[in-house]
Design a protein around this ligand. Sequence first.
Ligand code: NAD
Length: 291
Amino acid sequence: MSEIKSVGIVGAGQMGSGIAQVAAQSGYDVRLYDVSPEGIDKGIAGIKKGLARLVSKESITQADADAALSRIKAGTLAEVAAQDLAIEAATENEEIKKAIFRDLAQHAGPDTILASNTSSISITRLASVTGRPEKFIGLHFMNPVPIMRLVEIIRGIATDAPTYEAAVTFARSLGKTTANSEDFPAFIVNRLLAPMINEAVYTLYEGVGTVEAIDTAMKLGANHPMGPLELGDFIGLDTLLSIMNVLHDGLADSKYRPCPLLVKYVEAGWLGRKVGRGFYDYRGETPVPTR
Ligand code: NAD
């Protein structure tokens, strides 16, 4: 089994920066790459904020935070590919991810494991463009990565046993619990979660309830920590729409049809919390429903 000591991450958004933070806190050297330079700056700023919050809560010391931060460096895609494990956490779009994996595979060392944090896209299909599908695996972290305890592990049809074992060992070394999912559209978590949120958007679209009524109903009526529309904003409505499209295309069942109102929000660029507006407007002191 190959031992993982260093981690490369492609995509410094909500997920990539979260994975970088927990990996660095667990002692791994991290190289972080994003196609957009602002993306890197925003990602590193987010990590600093996350570590500072842990220091203020006395969960870690300032020295721990400084040490973690010193292990994270911005790097090129080739440098990301040169690490023991390269995790792709870019936008949820199959063509973007395939282009990244073609590049990573060109620069990867013979033992480098390539992994995708995709929420829904076939691991076997992504692996097929690398020419090394046996060293490819799905490592699906949850948002926010420093807090959520699960990593879903998805083997493609060709993933070999040493790659699987190294991936599980890595996830556990970050203090996470793993759950294995077969490689079917959206795996386990999002096969269940995304249709529930999509149905909440239909409930809004059909006028059954307001944003506030729907979220209050599910928080107090089903004991969910967040309402489904709030959760959709938290995940990112572009990501949610991509997951619904993967389910709809991959399982060919009309029950996965993305709600037209979800499509409209994404077309408007109202992608949720990460851009300041989705089903709620986050630009003021407190979130205000947008309809
Ligand atoms: P995000 O929009 O916050 O970040 C995506 C980042 O990828 C951006 O910084 C963008 O600049 C970068 N990017 C886009 N194209 C790129 C390229 N060609 N090369 C390098 N970087 C590129 O999105 P996110 O929420 O961090 O999601 C990233 C991945 O994680 C997606 O596959 C998503 O499905 C998955 N995921 C998301 C969640 C969630 O709740 N948001 C949970 C688990 C998994």
